[in-house]
Design a protein around this ligand. Sequence first.
Ligand code: ASP
Length: 442
Amino acid sequence: MKQIKVVKFGGSSLADANQFKKVAGIVKADPDRRFVVASAPGKRFSEDTKITDMLYSCYEVAAKGGDFEGQFAAIESRYNSIIKDLGLNVSLDKEFVQIKNGFIGRAGRDYAASRGEYLNGKLLAAYLGFEFIDPAGYIFFNESGVFDLEKTTAVLSEKLAKTEYAVIPGFYGSMPNDTIKTFSRGGSDVTGSIVARAANASIYENWTDVSGFLICDPRIVENPEGITTITYRELRELSYMGAGVLHEDAIFPVRTAGIPINIKNTNAPEDAGTMIVADAGDTPCKYTITGIAGKKGFSAINIEKDMMNSEMGFVRKVLEVLEDNKVNLEHIPSGIDTMSIIVNSASIQGKEEKIIKMIQEEVAPDHIDIEHNIALIAVVGRGMRKLRGTSGRIFSALAHAHVNVKMIDQGSSELNVIVGVAEEDFVTATKAVYDMFVLTAE
Ligand code: ASP
């Protein structure tokens, strides 16, 4: 049976004619690459503006009844230069007029933003000689604006089964009343995943401008190694802690269908990139850890009370105070007579005194304080399950680097260890863990 590959190209991969050429080269190199999901043109250089952002600001002016001609002309000119530089025999003039009328008629912010993908999809379809499929008729949201996987998969699968090669713009679909709705920013990743599922693809290739995930943030460790294989669960842990490349919601549709995602680099197609799989099976892990990610901006509410552990309902009462104040908690490291609650600092801002007072009233602690400027570092890896002493090695790496560990929490899945350190130690701590597990790995 022939394989079907769904390929999604991000904004930087389709930012200008030169990038379009690379994309066509990649698509045409493999006849299995049948369904292509396109983003809107992104930045051509670092100070450039993405078409999506240009559309949002242009629509804002239009919606207030202002003169948006100049801004709209700048958008038109981005597409026209792609047409010209590729020597394409197509015109988007009719579409431009329709879109302008949509702006004047207040067709909505989502409609406006979605036109970036719509127009780029048209161009890419013409350039590749593929059919153009407008997701407005195939990707559906329900009345509450929640993506409807069931309906979409049913309708889209039927369409794709009858289609040999097609380009599908990313980022949007339609509401039951036929208005356009977009996913959140970066949502073409989600479209790619939906299309891969509906096509029953053997793989979802997500082409971007980096060669996959790196073990660590390159702003912290110079030239970190890339991750070859990562499981969906590991990725979830790392993304939660701030390692971004892929939209979080892009995982769900393919994950349940068991379709792997391969993150690839349009500018270096020969690089293997990162393979995201449901189960890495027996694939050996190169290192004990798969990745390290971290975030600053946490606070610890530290509570002490003698005999706390024998007082029924102590933790519940404290947590209820947080619930009443709508504060999410991240971790609760505890001792016999102490507990700390790690929370996002922003979530307690302006409520600190009230929270302390309420906890005092509820459980009468001997001592309570709030400590700020804490960073959390997640050390993630399926390889940790099989090996003993990983936490010990993390501790020893941090001790050698003179980093004081404020908290350590091992997830019950034994897939991750979270360490809390002072924000000023964040970089040193991350480097120390990387050195221990990657640079000096045996
Ligand atoms: N163009 C949209 C954005 O900039 C969606 C995407 O590129 O995935 O967010």
